[in-house]
Write a protein that binds this ligand. Sequence first.
Ligand code: G3H
Ligand code: 13P
Ligand code: ZN
Length: 332
Amino acid sequence: MVSFKELGLVNTREMFAKAIKGGYAIPAFNFNNMEQLQAIIKAAAETKSPVILQVSKGARNYANQTLLRYMAQGAVEYAKELGWEHPQICLHLDHGDSFELCKSCVDFGFSSVMIDASSLPYEENIALTKKVVDYAHQYDVTVEAELGVLAGVEDEVSSAVSHYTKPEEVVDFATRTGCDSLAISIGTSHGAYKFTPEQCTRDPKTGRLVPPPLAFDVLDAVMEKLPGFPIVLHGSSSVPQEYVDMINKYGGKLPDAVGIPEEQLRKAAKSAVCKINIDSDSRLAFTAAVRKVFAEKPAEFDPRKYCGPARDLMTELYKHKIINVLGSDGKA
Ligand code: G3H
Ligand code: 13P
Ligand code: ZN
């Protein structure tokens, strides 16, 4: 058993309370490799933003759980080296799908876990979430739960349609589970294709897809039922068109990729939404930079020469999100 406190990590309790009060949101960035982690920490340290490092089950399988945990521990030291005296870094399990996985992360030094039982029937979601909460809280590890199902793929849970969170369920759910934060479904989804062209209109000038607005009425109703309770938005990548264009220009194929417009995330960040999950945008930045080097310098075979530019572009992206979208700069 390793406590997250020994690793210099923090849970989400204080982060979220401050974020709700201050009208901003904490960035939750997924990482799978060293370059992503370096970019996240550099961006957070340079902007003095609290940050949540997210590890999915897939990331654990890809990178090895032991290595990831030591990387997170190393991230705290790296942050200090960059001049961030008291780094506020949370290590969070993203989309945990079983009690065993959540327990293993708690035991392994994670400071926060998500139990995503949103695809289960309501009572089963409550029972599993409560079991995780009861275990995690013994070690002061905070727990995110989910009500409502996002369209697209949630790790191994797939759903073709989005089922918005039912505001009438949230008080009962939060009370009976004791969860610390709640991910809700208001129209966001995972990946780089958040809406079909049929769901969008087209900007006549640029020809680009314009997605439909998020269901802010559902968010408002949830906040009315649970005043001051921390709300989480998954699937919040904006799918920047500059990266999509770069990828397509340099041999990729991402037709009609579309995300959540930043002005909608800005609006959400000012509300009780205090954690905003971003993964796909980082994948796009990484891929765009690598493709550019491959296309322009076909003789290059030193990974540092293409992972380096990818890392720089991701750092720029994370800083942009922190400063211009979430407003979490200067809060740590
Ligand atoms: O919500 C999903 C995250 O983007 C993690 O994705 O399961 O491919 O690591 P992954
Ligand atoms: P995106 O695919 O929109 O980046 O969402 C990531 C996410 O929700 C991770 O849990
Ligand atoms: Zn997610």
